[in-house]
Design a protein. Structure first.
Length: 135
């Protein structure tokens, strides 16, 4: 299972088959994100859906393009794909910070968000409350 907080500073967190947690950040390199996802070949991908209050910035546009490319890659490799909203991660942020020993820097927040989205997905699975996958 892979959770992604997309953007120029992209947080990626995977629950590996041995149960361990792997988290990483990729900065300003969309192709490196694609390589990571393609190499990992997760059976499930969770991506935080971009939310805007109106006009979109250049960074926001990059985020939307990255989201779409990960959705396409999920379809190509046969992964289930789930959208999460930014609010989905909220109840798991403190646990995520503790798990990875993060402080509250802006850059590190993307790493923490990806961990929190993974924890939310796992909680929903455990409590039989999972949404229908997008693909």
């Amino acid at each position: 299972v892979l959770a992604v907080d997309p953007g120029l500073h992209c947080g990626l967190t995977a629950r590996l088959s041995d149960g361990s947690l792997q988290h990483t950040m990729i900065h300003n390199d969309m192709q490196a994100v694609w390589r990571y996802v393609h190499t990992l070949q997760p059976n499930v991908i969770i991506v935080e859906r971009f939310a805007t209050g109106g006009r979109i910035s250049r960074d926001g546009l990059d985020t939307v393009e990255l989201q779409g490319s990960i959705l396409s890659l999920a379809w190509i490799i046969g992964s289930q794909f789930y959208w999460h909203t930014p609010a989905d991660r909220m109840q798991f942020l403190e646990t995520a910070r503790t798990l990875i020993g993060a402080n509250r820097t802006k850059i590190q927040s993307h790493d923490v968000d990806a961990v929190a989205h993974l924890l939310k997905w796992e909680w929903m699975e455990e409590h039989n409350r999972q949404r229908k996958p997008f693909i």
